[in-house]
Design a binder for this molecule. Structure first.
Ligand SMILES: [Zn+2]
Length: 353
């Protein structure tokens, strides 16, 4: 979304501006009863009778400081005089027009130097958070395997960076409710790959959202096997379990590849969005990705009808190197990526315009 003023307040304050306001709550679920600890109000100057939500995959807006090669995200940003707006310029025609853009943020924004003991640890200075705000990204998922790359300090700094920029976040114990055009959207996310208690955690999140009387429940799962084009049976089962228990849309990421979609009981499952602006690799072999968009028709702020849109994307504007600047595909390349996604899908019928 563009042309908006964003105000963040720690206490629950009600603000009405010209009758069109966006309200967001963050709920902490660690305690028994969900508690509203923060409210964010975003005002918009536009209103219409549809609500459009876009979601994208892995955004690793930084580098591993041990491997700062010439083509790395950090070095490229420095060579371009920190032009933070360049990364999402190729997708602005979509992000600036929708009502809510959700990304999977898979790096930390921190100056901390003490890193977790693992293969890749990603970070960027807090100023790089502007890539998201300049790119019209309003919400990020933090439930993934890189949130704690620079330990507790890195996580805290990342939250502060997002708070300072007015970007909302959710994942694990953080539940987000945003009210957009009068529609209450509840968002929960889980890094489910090695979580044996995933169903219990999911139940807690879904219960909290149902108690809050949201109109729409969106669940993200960070799951699956890297470089695989198909989800595991256990993922398909978990997605259906979430829908059976109230979820309206399931969004997956982590495999670094696009996977298919599935429709179950009229709700959609997106198994993997793939990479998006991915600083984790300077030249991945497979650069295919997509933006998934839900367009909800509204009547008196109630959802009447939902339509899903697949917008094929390349994660780079260059073919032989990753410049981390996703581009919307056209023509034959668009058709190829769309066909690839549909061929990988299950019980999913798609109507392209
Ligand atoms: Zn991951």
């Amino acid at each position: 979304m563009k042309e908006r003023i964003l105000i963040s307040i720690n206490l629950v304050v009600l603000l009405v501006f010209l009758g069109f306001s966006y309200v967001a709550f963050t709920i902490a679920t660690k305690k028994d009863a969900p508690k509203v600890i923060q409210q964010t109000i975003i005002e918009s100057v536009t209103v219409n009778d549809t609500l459009t939500i876009s979601a994208v995959g892995d955004c690793t807006l930084g580098s591993d400081p041990r491997y700062l090669v010439h083509d790395s995200f950090i070095k490229l940003t420095e060579r371009n005089n920190h032009d933070y707006g360049m990364y999402f310029r190729g997708v602005q025609s979509v992000f600036a027009k929708d009502d809510l853009t959700i990304a999977n943020l898979e790096n930390t924004f921190t100056d901390a130097t003490e890193r977790a003991n693992k293969t890749f640890t990603f970070k960027a200075p807090p100023s790089y958070g502007q890539i998201l705000s300049l790119g019209s990204v309003e919400v990020v998922n933090l439930a993934n395997n890189h949130t704690y790359d620079f330990l507790e300090q890195g996580y805290k700094d990342t939250l502060k960076t997002l708070d300072d920029l007015g970007i909302s976040y959710f994942g694990e114990d953080i539940i987000k409710i945003m009210e957009v055009k009068g529609v209450k959207i509840g968002m929960i996310g889980y890094y489910s790959l090695y979580n044996k208690n995933i169903k219990e955690d999911l139940d807690k999140g879904l219960t909290a959202l149902k108690k809050s009387n949201v109109d729409l429940i969106l669940v993200t799962f960070h799951w699956g096997i890297e470089t695989h084009y198909r989800p595991q049976e256990s993922q398909r089962e978990l997605a259906k379990y979430a829908i059976d228990n109230g979820a309206d849309l399931i969004i997956g990421h982590h495999p670094h590849r696009v996977q298919g979609l599935e429709t179950y009981k009229g709700k959609h499952i997106v198994y993997s969005l793939g990479n998006f602006s991915f600083g984790g690799h300077v030249n991945p072999k497979d650069k295919d990705s997509f933006i998934v968009q839900m367009v909800y028709k509204l009547k008196n702020s109630k959802i009447e009808d939902a339509q899903i849109k697949i917008i094929p994307v390349s994660i780079s504007s260059k073919k032989n190197v990753n410049d981390f600047q996703p581009q919307i595909l056209e023509g034959k390349e668009k058709d190829r990526v769309l066909k690839k996604i549909l061929d990988l899908s299950y019980n999913f019928e798609y109507q392209d315009e």
